[in-house]
Design a protein around this ligand. Structure first.
Ligand code: C5P
Length: 234
């Protein structure tokens, strides 16, 4: 069954605590990204975990294997449930992250690999010396990630159906860019509704503004979950 992860794209621990309080009973899983982590530090992770919630620490690690390995250990110590690395960090780096997580036992974070940032287009890849199309590069890096022990990938809802077929039923597929029908797309270009993301095989649907900026965030989250559930049961 797919799960909703709400992106805590706010600037302070106080706002995080207010949001988690408001969403209590509806949302159990939260994403903390670079901006919030840099502003508020590990204590914000502890604050969310203390409320019994799960945390996706989205720091998109890309460094030498030893540094990534040690950062995964630090994430495990914080009780983080999901972490991201860049697949383009290479096989040894992905493997170091995956091995570190495995050493931490059943409570260890699952490792997701970011393939191609959605902000990059064909010209950017060419500048980087990549001769594949963005889709080919997503597929190649997705395969590399899973072959080196990652638990799954982050991908856009537009490519999730294809990646589900390519990577199989066990892979965790995490999709941002989810928008309930009729809501504002904002700066998201490759979007899909919650039901389309679930139907296409997404494991985790990451939603930020449609929940966090709603007049009633709890009602907005519950509506998304209801759509996900009815689609899964259909
Ligand atoms: O507010 P919104 O629902 O667009 O937030 C989505 C979250 O997912 C944000 O934290 C954003 O940084 C992240 N994200 C994304 N698109 C990607 C990768 C990550 O929107 N391709």
């Amino acid at each position: 069954m797919a799960e909703l992860i709400v992106a805590l794209d706010v600037a302070s621990q106080r706002e995080v605590e207010e949001a988690v309080e408001r969403l209590d009973g509806a949302v159990d899983f939260y994403k903390i990204g670079l901006e919030l982590f840099t502003a508020a530090g590990p204590s914000v992770v502890r604050a969310v975990k203390k409320r019994g919630k799960r945390v996706f620490l989205d720091l998109k690690l890309h460094d030498i294997p030893r540094t990534v390995e040690r950062t995964v250990f630090s994430g495990a110590d914080l009780g983080v449930d999901l972490m991201t690395v860049h697949a383009s960090g290479g096989s040894a780096m992905i493997e170091a992250a995956a091995d570190a997580a495995r050493h931490c036992g059943a409570e260890a974070p699952k490792i997701l690999a970011v393939t191609v940032l959605t902000s990059l287009d064909q010209a950017d890849l060419t500048d980087l010396g990549v001769n594949r199309t963005p889709v080919q590069q997503v597929e190649a890096l997705g395969r590399l990630a899973l072959d080196n022990g990652a638990d799954g990938i982050v991908c856009s809802p537009v490519e999730v159906a294809r990646m589900r077929v390519l990577l199989g039923g066990q892979a965790l597929l995490c999709t941002p860019g989810v928008r309930p029908a009729g809501s504002d797309a904002g700066d998201q270009k490759r979007i899909a509704t919650p039901s389309a993301a679930v139907r296409d095989g997404s494991t985790y649907l990451v939603v930020g503004r449609p929940v966090m900026q709603a007049a009633d965030p709890c009602a907005a989250a519950r509506a998304i979950i209801a759509e996900m559930t009815s689609c899964a049961e259909a």
